[in-house]
Design a protein around this ligand. Structure first.
Ligand SMILES: [Zn+2]
Length: 424
């Protein structure tokens, strides 16, 4: 009998060490120098980066791949995107949403993205969005961990059935509580919604992930209430604030008080650099604000910060490929995370730190963990961020689910090498 069902040999791990990975069933059972071991299947990763799978903690799977339906977002703003989606969700069928989402999940798998937290709009009374995404969750379960967040896109209170529908979605099996306090009618209602949502989560034993302060208004301070309610209700470690873009524009003295409160409550942060660099600052003349939250400052306080993708080809964002390295690449630039340690951290943010935010059990390249990994055509983690290279192999729960042939460019130049790989 072979020692392993699958052996990934010769790879370089994200921390720079080299190691073979032996897999049996859906588990990593050995890691280190495994020369001479017998395996049913071998992936030769010599000289390539072998990483745990990419994780996206912020996405909208119900809206993905709908770009241009019913129209293109002419102003490029968050608010026009919300209104376009408001039209589309009335007419989109369950089948159509399932099909779009499954197509996106195929893209994700091919890019080594094997865990996604998706918000699901709970505004429409028909809740077809929820029906569709629960079906997608069931279908992809063998190869992709999909968490669903009940998201009252039009407001918990601003939409007449907002609160009732959020509770219905949770009853149907959606198991993270979402919200959008900056979109409620007033600051007071926004604050009340944060309190209400945290109480719902506490009662039901669920995590919380709010779209929080996705605004250029420096006075949008719902993150303060979110940290307070997390502390008050004992929800430490299971609450996330997505976006937090108003923090970009806040008074720095106020932020110096705010960040320790977020750290104390163990609220994590999920900035979404691709979407926020395009959506924010649209009302500015010059200089235009970047609208990305204060990533390095939060990390310096010990706050867990991930990178989310948010959108791919939908009413808010026209581009996107399902590549979390695009997200890390943009985040690195906008947050100016250019030191070697910070570039490495950007890779960790789209893998281990995002996994921590989602609370993924048995994640990582360690003995006993779930055998999910990705082999990249890069020499190390920082090079992966720079190249955003091909995923040569993707393994999910012990099974090879995607393969890609190495494809170097072939040069035809006298006196120059015959091929180019751009590693350095
Ligand atoms: Zn979002």
């Amino acid at each position: 009998m072979a020692d392993f069902d699958l052996l990934v040999k010769g790879g370089t791990l994200p921390d720079g060490t080299e190691g073979d990975i032996g897999i049996r069933g859906d588990r990593i059972i050995a890691i280190g120098a495994l020369a001479g071991a017998q395996a049913g299947e071998v992936i030769d990763a010599t000289g390539d980066l072998v990483a745990p799978p990419f994780v996206d903690p912020h996405f909208h799977l119900d809206a993905t791949l709908s770009y241009g339906t019913p129209r293109i977002n002419a102003s490029g703003t968050l608010l026009e995107g919300i209104s376009l989606w408001g039209e589309l969700r009335q007419t989109a069928t369950v089948d159509e949403m399932v099909e779009r989402a499954l197509t996106y999940c195929d893209w994700a798998v091919s890019m080594g993205l094997l865990a996604i937290r998706s918000h699901v709009d709970t505004t429409p009374d028909h809740l077809n969005t929820v029906t569709a995404m629960l079906e997608v969750q069931r279908i992809v379960k063998p190869y992709l961990d999909l968490q669903l967040v009940a998201f009252p896109q039009d407001g918990l209170y601003r939409s007449p059935t907002g609160r009732a529908n959020l509770l219905r979605a949770l009853d149907m099996g959606v198991n993270v509580v979402g919200g959008i306090p900056h979109f409620e009618r007033t600051m007071d209602e926004g604050r009340a919604s944060v309190r209400d949502l945290c109480e719902i989560a506490a009662e039901r034993g669920l995590p919380v992930d709010l779209h929080c302060d996705e605004s250029d208004d420096p006075l949008s301070r719902h993150i303060e209430t979110l940290a307070y309610e997390t502390q008050r209700l004992g929800l430490q470690g299971r609450v996330a604030g997505s976006h937090l873009t108003s923090m970009h524009s806040m008074d720095t003295y106020y932020v110096s008080k705010l960040l320790p409160l977020i750290a104390e409550a163990q609220v994590s942060a999920i900035p979404n650099p691709l979407i926020n660099i395009t959506l924010q600052g649209r009302h500015d003349s010059y200089p235009k604000r970047r609208g990305l939250t204060r990533v390095r400052e939060m990390q310096a306080q010990g706050i867990t910060v991930g990178w989310g993708q948010d959108c791919v080809r939908d009413p808010w964002y026209s581009l996107g490929t399902g590549d979390m390295l695009d997200v890390a690449f943009m985040g690195l630039h906008v947050a100016q995370m250019t030191s070697p340690a910070e570039m490495q951290r950007c890779f960790d943010m789209v893998t281990v730190e995002n996994a921590r935010i989602m609370g993924l059990a048995d994640y990582g390249l360690v003995k006993g963990a779930v055998a999910s990994l990705v082999v990249l055509d890069a020499g190390n983690a920082t090079e992966a961020v720079r190249l955003r290279p091909d995923r040569l192999a993707v393994v999910s729960k012990g099974r090879v689910v995607s393969r890609k042939t190495r494809n170097d460019a072939r040069l035809a130049l006298d006196g120059r090498p015959g091929s180019v790989r751009r590693r350095h």
